[in-house]
Design a protein around this ligand. Structure first.
Ligand SMILES: [Zn+2]
Length: 256
């Protein structure tokens, strides 16, 4: 079974809201072997599909669901957001937003930042979101775009959990990439993301974006590159698996 690095519940803020379960995975548990050992949840990295399916089942079970309830992304490091009401595989989006109960939204990464949101909406269903953000996502502004999307649908009191990612010390980057980050993001974000001399700390940039929106996230997991036992890192291994985050609004419980 897939072992979470951490899991919990986004508690409702407004009366009438439903809570949402969330979980963050690493590489522990699961059924994959070799480079994908052992909780790889990505189908596109060369792992045995049967093992991936078992790991996705284990991921879904972390929030009380099964594989058929998952909403997965094929992200493209852009700024497109999919508003979804059913499970499935959604292409060309880097964020999913849903108000539907019983769907598990998943974001994956192996150095890129996976994160989830919960937005309270008073008497309406709350909103949940899963986002994938690498350095291109930081440049594109996918995280702030998702927060604005949630607010546009009436969400307030937004909470967030940010999963594991590579740190700036381990993610040395071309000067041109650093320049793009500096030119494309507000000062607070670029200062956070470019705090090391040669690297980009995408997660620090994401946390700065959240802070500017008044959101103090729970941050789970250390640097992917520095924790080979616990976390997948693309930069460290190239051929490797993906960890991720999942969030789902809880199913309605019938009154007895
Ligand atoms: Zn590091």
């Amino acid at each position: 079974m897939v072992l979470p690095l951490a899991s919990g519940v986004f508690a409702p803020v407004a009366p009438g809201d439903r809570p949402a379960f969330w979980a963050v995975t690493g590489r522990l548990g699961g059924n994959s072997s070799g480079a994908f050992s052992s909780a790889n949840i990505a189908s596109h990295v060369g792992d045995d599909q049967g093992c991936v399916d078992q790991n996705l089942e284990g991921l879904a079970q972390l929030i009380g669901m099964n594989r058929s309830h998952l909403a997965l992304m094929e992200p493209v490091h852009g700024k497109s957001i999919g508003v979804v009401a059913q499970a499935g595989v959604f292409t060309r989006v880097d964020a999913l937003v849903s108000a539907s109960q019983g769907i598990g939204l998943v974001a994956m990464g192996a150095d890129c930042v996976p994160l989830v949101f919960y937005g309270s909406r008073g008497l309406s269903s709350p909103l949940v979101s899963a986002v994938h953000c690498g350095w291109k996502g930081l440049v594109a502004g996918i995280v702030t775009a998702t927060i604005l999307e949630l607010r546009g649908h009436g969400a307030s009191d937004i909470q967030a959990v940010v999963g594991p990612a590579i740190c700036g010390g381990c993610y040395s980057s071309h000067a041109q990439r650093r320049d793009l980050v500096r030119q494309s993001t507000v000062k607070e974000v670029s200062i956070a993301a470019l705090q090391t001399q040669h690297g980009i700390d995408v997660r620090a940039g994401v946390i700065a974006e959240l802070a500017l929106q008044g959101i103090a996230p729970l941050v789970v997991g250390g640097c992917t590159y520095e924790n080979p036992e616990e976390l997948f890192s693309y930069r460290r291994e190239r051929v490797t698996g993906r960890q991720g985050v999942i969030v789902a609004i809880t199913e309605h419980q019938e009154e007895s």
